[in-house]
Design a protein around this ligand. Structure first.
Ligand SMILES: [Zn+2]
Ligand SMILES: [Zn+2]
Length: 304
């Protein structure tokens, strides 16, 4: 069990006040469709407080863009596309995400045409557009291919060979992977929302390094669980699969652990609902609706 502070040590009254405050914000978006939180007969509020573990990876991706022009012959020995990592492409220090650097490579590469697999012919686009292979008359009357369904390849002009100019590029990109832990009995919709969307929450741990392999405990607000640290396995799974494309160069990683406010609310009629996230959401969606809110569900374009 995690002793993360925040939700667990708060007393009941404080938690109830937090819930009401959250529900007031939720209601203010559509006061006519959502019930006043003061009018709800709440019997119990439990802070579920799951945690989100987020790994942000900044990396450099590289590639080569080729632009072709036809040439008269197919190559005897096709030139290979250069490895972008062997090209000197300099990203500035601490380049921001999205920064792109390009470099045109000298010379031209004599290659096989990839559009027609060096055959010199490609499928007739006019026939392909018609899309009905059973319609023989249409094929026969096609002015473009005269019913043969093949035309001269437009990329290599029928030679099967092309000359390519290569431009190597380097781009700084970022990936984000999120796991949710301590979900207790969260309903599936709430779990999936928290799994995919950043809901703010209270930052309880952060760490940055060129490459993060494991969680490093420094925060005093978060108990170090040693080998049995329940977060360790999650962090290790994230760092093993940080959604960085193979071949990319990892530059920097940032790990964040956030406690997300999730309230499990039980009403006096025994029904249960969940209130969570920023902006606040309620699950099931119809839990605290007014009659007008229920009615509006059937009117297209009105969301409540
Ligand atoms: Zn045709
Ligand atoms: Zn071709």
């Amino acid at each position: 069990m995690l002793t993360t502070g925040v939700a667990h040590t708060r007393d009941v009254d404080e938690r109830r006040q937090d819930l009401l405050e959250t529900l007031r914000r939720w209601r203010s978006e559509r006061p006519w469709a959502r019930r006043d939180p003061e009018s709800l007969a709440i019997s119990e509020v439990v802070g579920a407080g799951p945690i989100q573990v987020v790994l942000l990876s900044t990396y450099e991706a590289r590639g080569v863009e080729l632009s072709y022009r036809p040439t008269r012959s197919r190559p005897d020995a096709p030139a290979s596309t250069p490895d972008p990592w062997s090209v000197s492409l300099e990203q500035p220090q601490r380049a921001p995400v999205g920064n792109e650097v390009k470099k045109a490579l000298p010379g031209q590469l004599h290659q096989n045409c990839e559009v027609c697999f060096a055959s010199g012919r490609e499928t007739c686009p006019a026939c392909q557009k018609r899309h009905d292979p059973s319609d023989r008359d249409l094929h026969q009357s096609c002015g473009r291919c005269r019913g043969t369904r093949r035309i001269l390849c437009r990329t290599c002009a029928g030679s099967g060979g092309v000359l390519a100019r290569a431009v190597a590029w380097s781009k700084i990109e970022q990936s984000e992977v999120v796991r949710v832990k301590d979900t207790h009995d969260l309903p599936v919709d709430v779990f999936l929302e928290l799994q995919s969307t950043d809901h703010g929450g209270v930052l309880i741990h952060e760490q940055e390094a060129d490459r993060i392999i494991d969680i490093r405990r420094t925060s005093s607000s978060y108990r170090d669980g040693g080998a049995e640290d329940p977060l360790r396995a999650t962090v290790q799974a994230l760092t093993r699969d940080p959604a960085v494309p193979s071949g990319a160069r990892l530059i920097r990683q940032r790990l964040e652990v956030r406690q997300v406010a999730v309230f499990q609310v039980t009403l006096q009629n025994e029904s249960t609902a969940w209130v969570y996230g920023e902006p606040p959401k309620v699950s099931p969606a119809n839990a605290f609706r007014t009659l007008a809110g229920h009615a509006a569900r059937v009117i297209p374009g009105l969301k409540n």
